[in-house]
Design a protein around this ligand. Structure first.
Ligand code: GRF
Length: 201
């Protein structure tokens, strides 16, 4: 399976995916990494690698649909079969979602449907939950509302700060995302409405 990764920032989830591929745990090819942000660390991370890294700067487009058309075109040129959002900080519109229907995944740093949107770890701390975690889900038009593929829980400790909780969740993310991608590539994810089932091997 050829995946295309969309990322806006640090790129640690992309790195975890690359590490899983190199370790032989994940049989995908990263066809392209696209960032909407020219300053993104994720682009610097790829300097010297053979993975194509492309910046498509949202500010150069008059409207969201033009931007998304450019992203979709790049993904098509690279023969991408699954779009992987990894810290991509933009909501995708209907136009894009329809073009890749059922073929877009995202990872979110909370146990959805709790704490969607930005600063999920801080939201969890402020709410006072004792358990949080991360969620890999298919993307629909809502904000972090699509069908859930995998979740992993992590404890919230009494002395946690936003940083320490985020770090604990991020560690779980780095294990969960490659696992979800592997299940997808092995054809083991089946959908029944909102429910995603994992077929036995
Ligand atoms: C992760 O916490 C992910 O859950 C969220 O954005 C962050 C991206 O981190 N969607 P990175 O760029 O993969 O390091």
């Amino acid at each position: 399976t050829v995946i295309g990764v969309l990322a806006s920032g640090r790129g640690s989830n992309l790195q975890a995916i690359i590490d899983a591929i190199e370790a032989g745990r994940l049989a995908v090819t990263v066809g392209v990494v696209i960032s909407d942000n020219p300053e993104a660390n994720v682009l610097k991370r790829l300097a010297g690698s053979d993975i194509p890294a492309v910046c498509i700067d949202r500010r150069q487009f008059a409207c969201r649909q033009d931007f998304e058309a450019a992203v979709a075109e790049e993904l098509n040129v690279r023969h991408v079969e699954l779009v992987v959002l990894a810290g991509f900080m933009r909501i995708l519109g209907r136009y894009f979602i329809d073009r890749f229907a059922g073929k877009i995944m995202n990872i979110h740093p909370s146990l959805l449907p709790a704490f969607p949107g930005e600063n999920a770890q801080l939201q969890a701390l402020q709410y006072g939950v004792k358990v949080s975690g991360c969620t890999v889900h298919f993307v629909d038009e809502g904000m972090d509302t699509g069908p859930i593929i995998l979740q992993e829980a992590v404890p919230v400790m009494e002395d946690d700060t936003e940083e320490t909780l985020s770090e604990r969740i991020l560690h779980a993310e780095h294990i969960l995302y490659p696992r979800a991608l592997a299940l997808y590539c092995e054809g083991r994810l089946c959908m029944d409405g909102r429910r995603v089932y994992i077929k036995k091997e």
